[in-house]
Design a protein around this ligand. Structure first.
Ligand SMILES: Cc1cc2nc3c(=O)[nH]c(=O)nc-3n(C[C@H](O)[C@H](O)[C@H](O)COP(=O)(O)OP(=O)(O)OC[C@H]3O[C@@H](n4cnc5c(N)ncnc54)[C@H](O)[C@@H]3O)c2cc1C
Length: 470
């Protein structure tokens, strides 16, 4: 019987466990033990219910275009529980000089694909509009070296586009900083389009034309989630695993390569395994692998993480009627606020609130505001309420409020990330029986994490000669 340790019980570790569990159930002689330091499984996927409203403390959904999370949900029997975002109400605002300005229709991330809405938008200056038109004729570029997202966007559209769109989008989604994040790791499609077409606008339109010629698929919602929230995925997944294999409140302090296997120490216990899958954030993996390979540990530790805070406030029907339509707003740094973004949950996922409730979810922290994680909930709430008052004139007393803090949970793929991941992978290959999973390497979203867990388990099972025996 082969034994595999899985360290970290977030969605990456659970996905690895599920892959091994399926093998085990099909008669493959393999066992696993999952170690999770906190008292609960699921990592940053946490759903609460307050006053009939469903509150997501961490991720609220995942990108429909990335299939792995939805596929896993289908495999574990949650196919009929998947829901899409209410895209008929999809409208996002940017705060410009203190006011909500609607993002023009046809923007694909920060690339304009429709002329009139962009020309008429009060968001951009005439200078940026001229840059957008000129971008259509941008020459092809095949630079060998990586660069920041800000550099690429500035080259195509100018600095206003970085400040008003690229940076707020990246900080609102990844808690990231456009002047640090790597284009090749975060927006590889854009780097590819630039080398093939020159213009990003033309690249996107060509890709769209090609996709619609291949299949006449009806438009899908941009975001997918679960009826009972992201926690539903965790609970169902956990119910499919071997209950005796799951150890919570089990902080792994050391992972030592010994003889032909690995010794894992958690608390006063040490146990021997044939293989180990480390599915923690990369900074935790760095500490665990220090004795196995110092250079590997250094590269893992070099992957930066930022902290995030989400604050959800519940309001009554009167407030709901007074709030703007749409999914929410993004706040550019230049506005001098601490809030990075806010979602009007009752519009994005209407069934998550009763009709007489409004739910406003605010996002703070990120690479440029690590300090917020040190503040207590009341101080954070005060900041959020002040800023909501100033930005959208939301003066009403909330019926309830919840603050969630996530320390060093969001990986930041800075310039050179792909090379670093390559180095990590080649050093890992020198350590038989080791696999890594999680948001530190090849994608930060929930679908990428699901894929990384399944792939890590696949690699270990393949090394053991068990992958093709399903
Ligand atoms: C606030 C927030 C909002 C987000 N929104 C979205 C979104 O809307 N859509 C989307 O797709 N993605 C989103 N993400 C990103 C995505 O949710 C995460 O990248 C993903 O869930 C990470 O999963 P994971 O299992 O790799 O890591 P984690 O969830 O961080 O789990 C790692 C686990 O390892 C455990 N651990 C660490 N060290 C040890 C140790 N030594 N021993 C034992 N256990 C250990 C930790 O306790 C933790 O439970 C969001 C993330 C955050 C924080």
């Amino acid at each position: 019987m082969k034994r595999i340790a899985i360290i970290g019980g977030g969605i990456s570790g659970l996905s690895a466990a599920y892959t091994i569990e399926k093998k085990r159930q099909s008669g493959t002689p393999v066992q696993y033990v999952l170690f999770e330091s906190s008292p609960r499984l699921g990592g940053v996927l946490v759903t609460d219910r307050v006053d009939g409203c469903l509150i997501e403390a961490g991720p609220d959904s995942f990108l429909t275009d990335k299939p792995w999370a939805a596929d896993l949900c289908c495999k574990i029997g949650l196919g009929d529980q998947l829901i899409g975002s209410n895209d008929s109400a999809r409208k996002t605002y940017i705060i410009a000089k203190g006011k909500l300005v609607e993002m023009p229709d046809g923007l694909m991330f920060m690339v304009p694909t429709k002329i009139m809405p962009t020309v008429l938008s009060p968001l951009f200056s005439l200078r940026t509009k001229i840059r957008m038109a000129a971008e259509w004729f941008h020459p092809q570029r095949n630079a060998p070296e990586d660069e920041t997202v800000a550099q690429l966007v500035e080259r195509h559209y100018g600095s206003e586009m970085v400040e008003l769109l690229a940076d707020p989008l990246l900080s609102g989604i990844y808690g990231g900083d456009a002047s640090q994040l790597s284009v090749r790791a975060v927006l590889p499609r854009f780097a590819d389009m630039e080398s093939k077409h020159g213009s990003l606008g033309r690249g996107i339109l060509k890709a769209r034309k090609k996709a619609s010629a291949v299949a006449n698929v009806p438009a899908r919602p941009v975001f997918t989630s679960l009826k009972d929230g992201m926690q539903q995925m965790v609970d169902t997944l956990v119910a499919r695993l071997d209950v005796n294999a799951l150890n919570t409140s089990a902080l792994v302090q050391a992972v030592i390569r010994e003889h032909d296997g690995w010794t894992v120490s958690a608390g006063y216990r040490s146990d021997c395994f044939d293989a180990v899958i480390i599915a923690t954030p990369a900074h935790a993996a760095a500490g665990l692998l220090l004795s196995a390979d110092e250079n590997l540990s250094r590269d893992l530790g070099g992957i930066q993480y930022s902290s995030s805070v989400t604050v959800t406030l519940g309001y009554d029907e009167k407030v709901r009627r007074s709030l703007p339509p749409g999914f929410g707003f993004l706040v550019p740094r230049g506005e001098g606020r601490r809030m990075l973004a806010a979602t009007f949950v009752h519009n994005k996922f209407p069934h998550r609130t009763p009709e007489n409730r409004a739910l406003v979810r605010c996002f703070l922290g990120g690479a440029r505001d690590e300090k917020i994680i040190q503040m207590n909930g009341e101080e954070i709430l005060r900041i959020v309420r002040d800023e909501l008052r100033q930005i959208i004139a939301l003066n009403a007393e909330p019926l309830f409020a919840r603050v969630y803090k996530w320390k060093s949970a969001m990986a930041q793929y800075s310039v050179g990330h792909l090379e670093r991941v390559q180095r990590i992978e080649s050093r890992r290959q020198n350590l038989p029986g080791l696999a890594l999973a999680g948001n530190g390497y090849n994608g930060i979203g929930v679908p990428d994490c699901v894929r990384s867990g399944a792939e890590a388990a696949g690699k270990i099972l393949a090394e053991m000669g068990m992958w093709s025996s399903a």
